[in-house]
Design a protein around this ligand. Structure first.
Ligand code: 8YV
Length: 327
C-alpha cells in the first residue's frame, strides 16, 4: 500500500504527478478555517506532509500520530518545532542550496533599489513628475566600494558577500557563530563582533535563520549603533527585527533607509507605517520567487519526501537523529 501524504501548497503539475505516483495523496490548497476539519481528518492517517508557509504546530503533531516525515518547500524551518518533531521520531526535510543564488539576487535588488531610491524615482516618472534634471534632493547613495555587514554567513550570506566583493568592490564584514574560511580566503571577509559590524557598515544585511535566539535580534539598541547614512536590509525573516523600533529609527533619521522582503506579520498590512516611508523598499517575500527556483525547490522537496519515507535521510534532513526515537 502507498503511504498517505498530504500536500498543502499548490505545486506544478509535473511534481504533483510524481507525488501521486508514489503516494496516496490528499491535496489542500493551503490550510484555512474552512478546510481545517478535513485537514485534521487526513492528518490522523498521514505518513508524510509536504507544503510551505503554514505553521505546523504541536497541536497538529499531537493529531498526526502516524507521521514519519514533513517536507517543507523552503530552506527556513521556523514553521516547525524541531525538538518536538525529533522527540516524536518525525523527520524534517528542507530545500537548502537550490534557492541560494536567487535569494542573494533578491537581497542585492533590495540593496540597489534602496540605496539608489529606484522605486521612489520610478514612481515619480510614472506620476509625470520628471519635469527637470534630477537635483541633489533626489540623489541616492553609492553601493560600490562601501562596507557591507552580513549577519549570518551561511550559504546565502556567502552568495551575498560574493556579489558585494567581486561585483561591487565592497568590503565585507560578517557576524557568525563560526569562521567561514571560504569567505575569508576568497572574499577577504572579516568576522567581527556585532557592535563593530553595526557601527562600521553602510549596509547591514540580515540573513540569519529565525529561531528563539534570533527573534528581535535587531532592536532599538542595535539600530542606534548604525550610521545615520546606513541602510538595513532584511531577506530572512521579519521577526528577527523589532519592526516598531525600525519604523521609529526610519522616521527619526537614525538610519537612512531599509530594504525589506520579510515582515513580522505577512502579508504586511496596508496600514503599516512602513508603507508611507519613502526611504523603505518593501517586497512581498519574493526571496526565492522565480520560475526556475520555485520549481527546483518543489523538485527538491518531493525528492526529500520520497527519500525520507523510504528511510533515506542522508540529504537535506534537519533532524537525522529523529530516526533513533521509537514510535
Ligand atoms: C518562501 C523562504 O517563503 O525558503 C524559504 O525559507 O522564505 C521562501 O523561499 C517559501 O516558503 C516558498 O514556498
Amino acid at each position: 500500500m502507498k503511504p498517505n501524504v498530504i500536500l498543502y501548497k499548490e505545486i506544478p503539475d509535473d511534481q504533483l504527478a510524481r507525488l501521486q505516483s508514489h503516494f496516496n495523496l490528499t491535496y489542500f490548497d493551503g490550510i484555512n478555517d474552512a478546510n481545517r476539519p478535513d485537514f485534521i481528518r487526513a492528518l490522523k492517517e498521514a505518513d508524510g506532509i509536504i507544503g510551505a508557509s503554514y505553521p505546523i504546530t504541536t497541536d497538529y503533531l499531537d493529531i498526526a500520530q502516524k507521521l514519519k516525515a514533513a517536507s517543507t518547500i523552503s530552506v527556513g524551518v521556523d514553521q516547525f518545532s524541531i525538538s518536538e518533531m525529533t522527540e516524536r521520531g518525525i523527520y524534517l526535510m528542507h530545500t537548502p542550496g537550490v534557492l541560494t543564488e536567487t535569494t542573494a539576487d533578491t537581497i542585492f535588488t533590495l540593496i540597489l533599489t534602496t540605496a539608489r531610491r529606484a522605486v521612489e524615482m520610478a514612481e515619480m516618472v510614472k506620476a509625470g513628475q520628471w519635469t527637470k534634471s534630477i537635483g541633489p534632493e533626489f540623489y541616492g547613495s553609492d553601493v560600490h566600494g562601501k562596507t557591507i555587514g552580513i549577519l549570518g554567513m551561511g550559504r546565502i550570506g556567502y552568495a551575498v558577500a560574493k556579489r558585494a566583493a567581486a561585483g561591487f568592490n565592497m568590503s565585507v564584514l560578517y557576524y557568525n557563530h563560526s569562521v567561514n574560511e571560504r569567505a575569508e580566503h576568497d572574499l577577504n571577509a572579516k568576522r567581527c563582533e556585532l557592535d563593530t559590524l553595526l557601527t562600521e557598515s553602510d549596509f547591514v544585511c540580515v540573513v540569519l535563520p529565525l529561531s528563539p535566539e534570533t527573534e528581535k535580534f535587531i532592536g532599538k539598541e542595535q539600530l542606534d549603533k548604525m550610521k545615520h547614512s546606513a541602510f538595513l536590509i532584511n531577506g530572512s525573516r521579519g521577526k528577527i527585527i523589532d519592526e516598531k523600533a525600525l519604523i521609529e529609527a526610519l522616521q527619526e533619521g537614525v538610519i537612512c533607509g531599509a530594504g525589506l522582503d520579510v515582515f513580522e506579520e505577512e502579508p504586511l498590512s496596508v496600514k503599516s507605517p512602513l508603507l508611507s516611508l519613502p526611504n523603505v523598499v518593501a517586497l512581498p517575500h519574493i526571496g526565492s520567487a522565480t520560475h526556475e527556483t520555485r520549481h527546483a525547490m518543489v523538485v527538491c522537496a518531493v525528492d526529500n519526501l520520497i527519500a525520507a519515507l523510504n528511510g533515506d535521510t542522508s540529504k537535506n534532513c534537519i533532524n537525522p537523529t529523529a530516526g533513533c526515537t521509537t514510535r
